[in-house]
Design a protein. Structure first.
Length: 152
């Protein structure tokens, strides 16, 4: 089968039961997307499919043929970080890093959806992404900051 990942078409051989997460990590070698709970509860595996955030551990790879998949590796343009990535660094919005790729991907979608108008709104729309280190205050600040920057 063929997947469109980060703007490139990738041929990948997978069994019908392989999740998108496992295809990305184990077959394509994009290990930025993390495997946390493997049950869709933590959000560490969040990627964008046609611009919408999905939990890649709950999606079969074969179901995403024809979708444009974006992972955390596909956000930066060369050495230029995506505004959300840069904001996460500025606001120290990570500690162990286990949830960071999923948090960043969810934040990109949250901003694109227009759900970054207040701290409470960000908390609500990012609630599907858990941080075991409890860096939530810094994550919210990073999302708000990146949203302001992206709107110019």
């Amino acid at each position: 089968m063929t997947l469109s990942v980060n703007g490139a078409r990738r041929r990948v051989a997978v069994e019908p039961r392989v999740t998108l997460l496992d295809a990305l990590r184990d077959r394509i070698g994009l290990t930025g997307t993390k495997k946390g709970c493997d049950r869709g509860e933590c959000g560490a595996c969040t990627v964008l499919a046609d611009g919408e955030r999905i939990k890649s551990c709950l999606t079969l790879a074969v179901m995403r043929q024809g979708s444009r998949i974006t992972t955390v590796e596909g956000l930066a343009r060369g050495d230029d970080l995506h505004p959300v990535q840069a904001a996460f660094i500025r606001h120290d919005a990570f500690q162990c890093g286990g949830c960071t790729p999923g948090q960043i991907m969810s934040a990109v979608a949250c901003i694109a959806e227009g759900h970054d108008g207040s701290d409470d709104e960000v908390r609500e729309w990012m609630s599907g992404n858990l941080c075991r280190c409890a860096a939530y205050q810094n994550i919210v600040a990073a999302v708000r900051d990146a949203g302001r920057e992206m709107r110019g």
